[in-house]
Design a protein around this ligand. Structure first.
Ligand code: SF4
Length: 296
Protein backbone atom coordinates (compact mmCIF):
# COMPACT_ATOMS: atom_id res chain seq x y z
CA UNK A 1 0.00 0.00 0.00
CA UNK A 2 1.52 3.29 -1.19
CA UNK A 3 0.42 5.38 1.80
CA UNK A 4 0.33 2.69 4.48
CA UNK A 5 2.73 4.46 6.83
CA UNK A 6 0.15 7.20 7.36
CA UNK A 7 -2.24 4.81 9.03
CA UNK A 8 0.13 4.43 11.96
CA UNK A 9 1.65 7.93 11.97
CA UNK A 10 -0.84 10.10 10.19
CA UNK A 11 0.52 13.26 8.61
CA UNK A 12 -1.67 13.26 5.54
CA UNK A 13 -3.02 16.79 5.99
CA UNK A 14 -1.53 20.02 7.41
CA UNK A 15 -2.86 19.10 10.86
CA UNK A 16 -0.08 16.50 11.09
CA UNK A 17 -1.62 14.78 14.12
CA UNK A 18 0.87 11.92 14.00
CA UNK A 19 -1.69 9.55 15.51
CA UNK A 20 -1.66 5.79 15.18
CA UNK A 21 -5.04 5.39 13.56
CA UNK A 22 -5.25 1.74 14.59
CA UNK A 23 -5.59 3.06 18.17
CA UNK A 24 -7.42 6.36 17.87
CA UNK A 25 -8.89 8.88 15.48
CA UNK A 26 -7.14 12.07 14.46
CA UNK A 27 -8.54 15.60 14.54
CA UNK A 28 -10.45 14.71 11.36
CA UNK A 29 -12.36 12.04 13.28
CA UNK A 30 -11.22 9.21 11.01
CA UNK A 31 -9.81 5.95 12.33
CA UNK A 32 -8.17 3.05 10.53
CA UNK A 33 -10.67 2.02 7.87
CA UNK A 34 -12.28 4.29 5.29
CA UNK A 35 -15.61 5.63 6.50
CA UNK A 36 -18.34 6.54 4.06
CA UNK A 37 -21.55 8.45 4.60
CA UNK A 38 -23.18 8.17 1.19
CA UNK A 39 -22.51 6.78 -2.27
CA UNK A 40 -24.82 8.29 -4.83
CA UNK A 41 -25.27 9.62 -8.37
CA UNK A 42 -25.12 13.34 -7.69
CA UNK A 43 -26.45 15.86 -10.21
CA UNK A 44 -25.64 18.97 -8.21
CA UNK A 45 -21.96 19.37 -9.02
CA UNK A 46 -20.55 21.55 -11.81
CA UNK A 47 -21.31 20.38 -15.39
CA UNK A 48 -17.89 18.76 -15.99
CA UNK A 49 -18.28 16.76 -12.77
CA UNK A 50 -21.95 15.76 -12.90
CA UNK A 51 -22.48 15.58 -16.66
CA UNK A 52 -26.04 14.63 -17.59
CA UNK A 53 -26.49 11.57 -15.41
CA UNK A 54 -24.66 12.62 -12.27
CA UNK A 55 -21.28 12.34 -10.65
CA UNK A 56 -20.52 9.09 -8.90
CA UNK A 57 -20.11 10.80 -5.56
CA UNK A 58 -18.55 9.11 -2.58
CA UNK A 59 -19.08 11.25 0.52
CA UNK A 60 -16.40 10.32 3.01
CA UNK A 61 -16.90 10.93 6.73
CA UNK A 62 -14.65 13.20 8.75
CA UNK A 63 -12.75 16.31 7.78
CA UNK A 64 -9.57 18.08 8.89
CA UNK A 65 -11.44 21.40 8.78
CA UNK A 66 -14.16 22.29 11.28
CA UNK A 67 -16.27 24.85 9.46
CA UNK A 68 -18.93 26.17 11.82
CA UNK A 69 -21.41 26.47 8.92
CA UNK A 70 -20.66 23.12 7.24
CA UNK A 71 -23.71 21.90 5.33
CA UNK A 72 -22.44 18.33 5.74
CA UNK A 73 -22.02 18.61 9.51
CA UNK A 74 -23.53 15.17 10.19
CA UNK A 75 -20.81 13.23 8.44
CA UNK A 76 -18.02 15.80 8.31
CA UNK A 77 -17.86 16.47 12.05
CA UNK A 78 -20.40 14.33 13.89
CA UNK A 79 -19.24 10.89 12.85
CA UNK A 80 -22.17 9.79 10.70
CA UNK A 81 -21.11 7.04 8.31
CA UNK A 82 -20.05 3.43 8.13
CA UNK A 83 -16.57 1.96 8.08
CA UNK A 84 -15.96 -0.27 5.10
CA UNK A 85 -13.23 -2.62 3.95
CA UNK A 86 -11.11 -2.06 0.86
CA UNK A 87 -13.07 -4.61 -1.20
CA UNK A 88 -16.32 -2.79 -0.53
CA UNK A 89 -14.77 0.53 -1.55
CA UNK A 90 -13.56 -0.98 -4.82
CA UNK A 91 -16.97 -2.53 -5.38
CA UNK A 92 -18.67 0.85 -4.80
CA UNK A 93 -16.43 2.53 -7.38
CA UNK A 94 -17.25 -0.20 -9.90
CA UNK A 95 -20.99 0.03 -9.25
CA UNK A 96 -20.93 3.78 -9.85
CA UNK A 97 -19.19 3.15 -13.16
CA UNK A 98 -21.79 0.53 -14.12
CA UNK A 99 -24.63 2.89 -13.18
CA UNK A 100 -23.43 5.45 -15.71
CA UNK A 101 -21.72 7.98 -13.45
CA UNK A 102 -19.97 10.73 -15.36
CA UNK A 103 -17.01 10.89 -12.99
CA UNK A 104 -15.86 9.32 -9.74
CA UNK A 105 -16.29 12.25 -7.33
CA UNK A 106 -14.30 11.72 -4.14
CA UNK A 107 -15.65 14.21 -1.61
CA UNK A 108 -13.28 15.17 1.24
CA UNK A 109 -11.02 12.21 0.54
CA UNK A 110 -7.80 13.21 2.33
CA UNK A 111 -7.94 11.15 5.56
CA UNK A 112 -8.97 8.07 3.55
CA UNK A 113 -6.23 8.30 0.95
CA UNK A 114 -4.28 5.15 1.85
CA UNK A 115 -7.36 3.11 0.96
CA UNK A 116 -8.50 5.23 -1.97
CA UNK A 117 -5.08 5.03 -3.62
CA UNK A 118 -5.00 1.27 -3.10
CA UNK A 119 -8.49 0.95 -4.60
CA UNK A 120 -7.67 3.12 -7.62
CA UNK A 121 -4.44 1.24 -8.31
CA UNK A 122 -6.30 -2.05 -8.24
CA UNK A 123 -9.04 -0.66 -10.51
CA UNK A 124 -6.53 0.76 -12.98
CA UNK A 125 -5.45 -2.78 -13.67
CA UNK A 126 -9.07 -3.63 -14.44
CA UNK A 127 -9.47 -0.69 -16.87
CA UNK A 128 -11.62 1.55 -14.73
CA UNK A 129 -12.82 4.28 -17.09
CA UNK A 130 -14.20 7.15 -14.97
CA UNK A 131 -12.23 10.36 -14.54
CA UNK A 132 -11.25 10.62 -10.89
CA UNK A 133 -12.27 13.89 -9.19
CA UNK A 134 -10.48 15.01 -6.05
CA UNK A 135 -13.05 17.27 -4.38
CA UNK A 136 -11.20 19.19 -1.70
CA UNK A 137 -11.22 22.20 0.63
CA UNK A 138 -7.60 22.68 -0.55
CA UNK A 139 -6.43 22.33 3.03
CA UNK A 140 -3.85 19.85 1.84
CA UNK A 141 -0.16 19.05 2.07
CA UNK A 142 1.93 19.23 -1.09
CA UNK A 143 3.79 16.06 -0.12
CA UNK A 144 0.50 14.13 0.06
CA UNK A 145 -0.77 15.53 -3.24
CA UNK A 146 2.47 14.52 -4.98
CA UNK A 147 1.64 10.93 -4.23
CA UNK A 148 -1.59 11.26 -6.19
CA UNK A 149 0.09 12.28 -9.41
CA UNK A 150 -1.25 10.20 -12.28
CA UNK A 151 -4.22 8.91 -10.27
CA UNK A 152 -6.35 12.08 -10.17
CA UNK A 153 -7.80 13.56 -13.37
CA UNK A 154 -9.73 16.54 -12.03
CA UNK A 155 -8.95 18.59 -8.97
CA UNK A 156 -12.05 20.45 -7.77
CA UNK A 157 -10.38 22.77 -5.30
CA UNK A 158 -12.08 25.27 -2.99
CA UNK A 159 -10.68 28.59 -2.00
CA UNK A 160 -12.50 29.10 1.30
CA UNK A 161 -10.65 32.13 2.66
CA UNK A 162 -7.79 34.35 1.62
CA UNK A 163 -7.32 35.51 5.20
CA UNK A 164 -6.13 32.75 7.50
CA UNK A 165 -7.56 34.67 10.45
CA UNK A 166 -11.02 33.82 9.16
CA UNK A 167 -9.86 30.25 8.56
CA UNK A 168 -9.03 30.02 12.24
CA UNK A 169 -12.21 31.75 13.34
CA UNK A 170 -14.66 29.80 11.21
CA UNK A 171 -12.91 26.52 10.32
CA UNK A 172 -10.47 26.15 13.26
CA UNK A 173 -7.38 25.77 11.10
CA UNK A 174 -4.47 28.14 11.74
CA UNK A 175 -2.85 28.23 8.31
CA UNK A 176 -5.59 27.86 5.70
CA UNK A 177 -4.50 30.27 3.00
CA UNK A 178 -0.78 29.51 3.26
CA UNK A 179 -1.49 25.77 2.92
CA UNK A 180 -4.17 26.13 0.26
CA UNK A 181 -2.06 28.30 -2.04
CA UNK A 182 0.79 25.79 -2.07
CA UNK A 183 -1.66 22.92 -2.56
CA UNK A 184 -3.38 24.64 -5.48
CA UNK A 185 -0.07 25.29 -7.23
CA UNK A 186 0.77 21.59 -6.85
CA UNK A 187 -2.62 20.51 -8.23
CA UNK A 188 -2.10 22.87 -11.17
CA UNK A 189 1.39 21.49 -11.78
CA UNK A 190 -0.04 17.99 -12.05
CA UNK A 191 -3.05 18.57 -14.30
CA UNK A 192 -3.06 22.18 -15.61
CA UNK A 193 -6.30 24.10 -16.20
CA UNK A 194 -9.45 22.04 -16.71
CA UNK A 195 -10.03 21.10 -20.34
CA UNK A 196 -13.32 19.63 -21.43
CA UNK A 197 -11.82 17.77 -24.39
CA UNK A 198 -9.41 15.94 -22.10
CA UNK A 199 -11.77 15.75 -19.10
CA UNK A 200 -8.83 16.67 -17.00
CA UNK A 201 -7.49 19.63 -15.05
CA UNK A 202 -7.99 22.01 -12.17
CA UNK A 203 -11.25 23.82 -11.34
CA UNK A 204 -11.37 26.40 -8.56
CA UNK A 205 -14.51 26.65 -6.46
CA UNK A 206 -15.31 29.76 -4.46
CA UNK A 207 -18.22 29.90 -2.02
CA UNK A 208 -19.07 33.57 -1.54
CA UNK A 209 -19.52 34.29 2.18
CA UNK A 210 -21.24 37.38 3.64
CA UNK A 211 -19.19 40.47 4.47
CA UNK A 212 -16.37 39.26 2.25
CA UNK A 213 -15.27 36.70 4.85
CA UNK A 214 -14.33 34.42 1.94
CA UNK A 215 -12.03 37.12 0.51
CA UNK A 216 -13.48 36.12 -2.85
CA UNK A 217 -12.19 39.13 -4.76
CA UNK A 218 -8.67 38.36 -3.63
CA UNK A 219 -9.25 34.70 -4.51
CA UNK A 220 -10.31 35.67 -8.04
CA UNK A 221 -7.26 37.91 -8.37
CA UNK A 222 -5.10 35.03 -7.22
CA UNK A 223 -6.48 32.85 -10.03
CA UNK A 224 -6.11 35.59 -12.64
CA UNK A 225 -2.68 36.94 -11.74
CA UNK A 226 -0.81 34.24 -9.85
CA UNK A 227 -2.23 30.91 -11.01
CA UNK A 228 -3.57 30.94 -14.58
CA UNK A 229 -6.59 32.88 -15.90
CA UNK A 230 -7.59 29.88 -18.00
CA UNK A 231 -8.37 27.86 -14.87
CA UNK A 232 -12.19 27.85 -14.69
CA UNK A 233 -13.88 29.11 -11.56
CA UNK A 234 -17.13 27.93 -10.03
CA UNK A 235 -18.59 30.88 -8.14
CA UNK A 236 -21.13 29.66 -5.61
CA UNK A 237 -23.96 31.66 -4.07
CA UNK A 238 -25.52 28.91 -2.00
CA UNK A 239 -24.13 29.73 1.45
CA UNK A 240 -26.57 29.27 4.34
CA UNK A 241 -25.81 30.16 7.97
CA UNK A 242 -26.13 26.68 9.45
CA UNK A 243 -25.23 25.52 12.95
CA UNK A 244 -22.60 27.67 14.72
CA UNK A 245 -22.90 30.40 12.10
CA UNK A 246 -26.51 31.21 12.92
CA UNK A 247 -25.88 34.03 15.34
CA UNK A 248 -22.50 35.15 14.07
CA UNK A 249 -22.31 38.91 13.37
CA UNK A 250 -20.44 38.42 10.08
CA UNK A 251 -21.71 35.16 8.61
CA UNK A 252 -25.07 34.78 10.35
CA UNK A 253 -27.05 35.54 7.19
CA UNK A 254 -27.26 34.56 3.51
CA UNK A 255 -25.31 36.62 1.02
CA UNK A 256 -27.15 39.45 -0.71
CA UNK A 257 -27.76 39.71 -4.45
CA UNK A 258 -25.51 42.74 -4.42
CA UNK A 259 -22.64 40.81 -2.83
CA UNK A 260 -22.93 38.06 -5.42
CA UNK A 261 -23.25 40.45 -8.32
CA UNK A 262 -20.13 42.27 -7.24
CA UNK A 263 -18.25 38.99 -7.09
CA UNK A 264 -19.48 38.12 -10.59
CA UNK A 265 -18.49 41.52 -11.89
CA UNK A 266 -15.02 41.00 -10.52
CA UNK A 267 -14.83 37.62 -12.23
CA UNK A 268 -15.86 39.22 -15.52
CA UNK A 269 -13.50 42.15 -15.12
CA UNK A 270 -10.62 39.71 -14.65
CA UNK A 271 -11.60 37.75 -17.75
CA UNK A 272 -12.15 34.52 -15.87
CA UNK A 273 -14.46 31.79 -17.13
CA UNK A 274 -16.41 29.07 -15.37
CA UNK A 275 -19.81 28.63 -13.81
CA UNK A 276 -22.07 30.63 -11.56
CA UNK A 277 -25.37 29.99 -9.86
CA UNK A 278 -28.25 31.75 -11.53
CA UNK A 279 -31.17 31.59 -9.13
CA UNK A 280 -30.45 34.94 -7.51
CA UNK A 281 -28.74 36.74 -10.37
CA UNK A 282 -31.13 37.08 -13.27
CA UNK A 283 -30.04 40.63 -13.88
CA UNK A 284 -26.48 39.60 -14.22
CA UNK A 285 -27.20 36.72 -16.60
CA UNK A 286 -29.19 39.15 -18.78
CA UNK A 287 -26.00 41.05 -19.51
CA UNK A 288 -24.95 38.28 -21.87
CA UNK A 289 -21.97 37.13 -19.91
CA UNK A 290 -20.55 34.27 -21.88
CA UNK A 291 -20.13 31.76 -19.08
CA UNK A 292 -21.59 28.34 -18.79
CA UNK A 293 -24.34 28.00 -16.25
CA UNK A 294 -24.88 25.81 -13.27
CA UNK A 295 -28.05 24.09 -14.30
CA UNK A 296 -28.94 22.05 -11.24
S1 SF4 B 1 -5.80 13.24 8.03
FE1 SF4 B 1 -6.76 13.26 10.08
S2 SF4 B 1 -5.42 12.00 11.36
FE2 SF4 B 1 -4.29 12.50 9.50
S3 SF4 B 1 -3.10 14.33 9.99
FE3 SF4 B 1 -5.01 15.04 9.08
S4 SF4 B 1 -6.43 15.37 10.80
FE4 SF4 B 1 -4.72 14.13 11.56
Amino acid sequence: MRLEKYLTDCRLCPRECGVDRRQKTGICGVGYLPKVSNIVLHKGEEPPISGKDGAGAVFFSGCPMKCVYCQNMGFSQRGVGREIELDELIHAFKVLEQEGAYTLDLVTPTPHLPWIVEALEKLEKESFSLPVVYNTSSYEKVETLRRLEGLVDIYLADIRYTDSGYGLMYSKVPDYWESAKKAIFEMYRQVGPYREDMRKGLIIRILVLPNNVSGHERALEFVAYQLDPSVPVSLMSQYLPHFGAKRDPLIGRKITVDEYEKALEKMLELGLEGWYQTDEVERVTARGVNWRLVED
